[in-house]
Design a protein around this ligand. Structure first.
Ligand SMILES: Nc1nc2c(ncn2[C@@H]2O[C@H](COP(=O)(O)OP(=O)(O)O)[C@@H](O)[C@H]2O)c(=O)[nH]1
Ligand SMILES: [Mg+2]
Ligand SMILES: [Zn+2]
Length: 255
């Protein structure tokens, strides 16, 4: 049973959970070569994806636009260990069959990622015909002007494919369990710090800082870990506060 529920924190001040889709087997996290390529964002997306119970796959779109797609795939593999990476070009068709072959018959997949990365075009490439509406992008920043505005389900042969609009905010609800998976290397280092509660600041014998200094740990990756951790704590706080207010309201209406 792949009863995945996919939630994200609503944009703005409002705190609520939003159902994106249910019963998903695979979450295809799409990211384009070129301007859209962002390892930090990918760490974030993978973390949120694992939380749903579905299997995340990374799809590196528009491979025709760069000449180092293989290099980018290697970088992705190192950044998000344990998640398969598929470079594709919906224009030349490169990699589409390989991706298709990785998706078992009868599975439900959902495409997520920034607008303009080519989710709808890939949906069409998988279908072999235009089923989903695609949009032209502004040359300047590769962003979509108007893309899919609501999620749509397509049956493509033996697959169910859900195309979504780009997500404004991909919040981290209950992501704590998987923060460790995504940043296993940092967790392992932290275990070797002299002090158990090392905050990796000025403590003597800090293995994390030593790794950054010696270059074995990328300072940006560590920064990303710190930010995600902070964000997670903040999301937890907001969630607790929202629950408290809801409880208060309930009691008020009862009396
Ligand atoms: N060069 C290139 N352009 C692509 C590719 N896939 C999509 N595009 C273009 O990117 C733009 C946005 O595509 P679309 O599928 O609407 O993006 P979505 O917002 O993620 O659904 C369109 O102009 C597509 O033609 C690709 O593999 N290679
Ligand atoms: Mg679209
Ligand atoms: Zn430390």
């Amino acid at each position: 049973m792949n009863g995945a529920l996919f939630y994200h924190a609503a944009a703005g001040n409002e705190t609520r959970e939003q159902l994106i889709c249910a019963n998903v087997d695979f979450i295809l996290i799409t990211m384009a070569c070129g301007h859209d390529f962002n390892l930090r964002r990918l760490e974030r997306y993978s973390l949120a994806a694992w939380e749903t119970g579905a299997t995340p796959l990374i799809v590196l779109t528009k491979s025709d636009q760069v000449d180092n797609a293989d290099g980018l795939v290697d970088e992705l593999t190192l950044t998000v260990p344990g998640v398969d990476v598929f470079p594709v070009s919906s224009v030349t068709g490169d990699g589409v069959e390989a991706l298709r072959a990785a998706l078992p018959s009868g599975s439900t997949i959902v495409l997520v990622g920034s607008s303009g990365v080519g989710k709808s075009t890939l949906t069409n490439a998988l279908a072999g015909t235009a089923v989903s509406e695609t949009q032209a992008v502004r040359e300047s920043d590769e962003r979509g002007k108007h893309t899919t505005t609501h999620r749509e389900l397509f049956q493509i042969d033996d697959l169910f494919v859900i195309d979504t609009p780009g997500m404004r905010e991909f919040g981290l609800w209950d992501g704590a369990d998987h923060l460790d998976d995504t940043f296993r290397d940092i967790e392992a280092l932290a275990e070797t710090c002299r002090f158990r509660d090392c905050a990796h600041g000025n403590e003597p014998g800090c293995a994390v800082r030593a790794a950054i200094t010696s270059g074995t740990l990328d300072a940006k990756r560590y920064q990303s870990f710190v930010e995600l951790e902070r964000e997670l704590r903040y999301a937890e706080k907001r969630q607790a506060e929202a629950a408290r207010l809801a409880e208060k309201k309930k009691r008020k209406t009862k009396s």
